[in-house]
Design a protein around this ligand. Structure first.
Ligand code: SF4
Ligand code: SF4
Length: 126
């Protein structure tokens, strides 16, 4: 079992530029991305619930995201397009690569999370 990650965070990570809900959240998210990027062979376990990133998010209440319906939709779509399943453990590098190949490179990101409050940032970097 590796560090837990919501599937849609595999998209967020590839656009991340240090912005987020507050300094605690961005410091934590930046550290997770660096730690995983430094050794992409590390295993990650895909979860459709609060993950390692959510742990420091002000929107997580009692382990549940305040926008769970919305982000649950993002997670389900990301899993489906990538042929992955919740609970699966895979190397971080493979996870990022499949998200890039099956979603980002095909221009499908916006149809998954175009209604996210950070869409403007990610759209600019596509
Ligand atoms: S728009 Fe939101 S959910 Fe989509 S990749 Fe960007 S930050 Fe993540
Ligand atoms: S908004 Fe929700 S899914 Fe996104 S990091 Fe915060 S708790 Fe997690």
């Amino acid at each position: 079992m590796g560090i837990s990650l919501r599937p849609h965070h595999g998209m967020c990570f590839q656009f991340y530029e240090g912005k987020g809900y507050n300094a605690d959240f961005t410091d934590h998210m930046g550290k997770i991305i660096k730690m995983l990027s430094d050794d992409p062979s590390q295993p990650v376990t895909l979860t459709a619930a609060g993950d390692a990133v959510c742990a420091n998010c002000p929107n997580l209440h009692s382990g549940v995201c305040a926008d769970q319906d919305k982000v649950g939709r993002y997670d389900a779509a990301a899993l489906s397009l990538c042929g992955l399943t919740a609970g699966e453990t895979i190397p971080y590098g493979d996870f990022i690569a499949v998200i890039k190949e099956k979603i980002l490179d095909k221009g499908l990101r916006k149809q998954i999370c175009g209604d996210c409050c950070w869409n403007g940032i990610c759209k600019r970097k596509e």
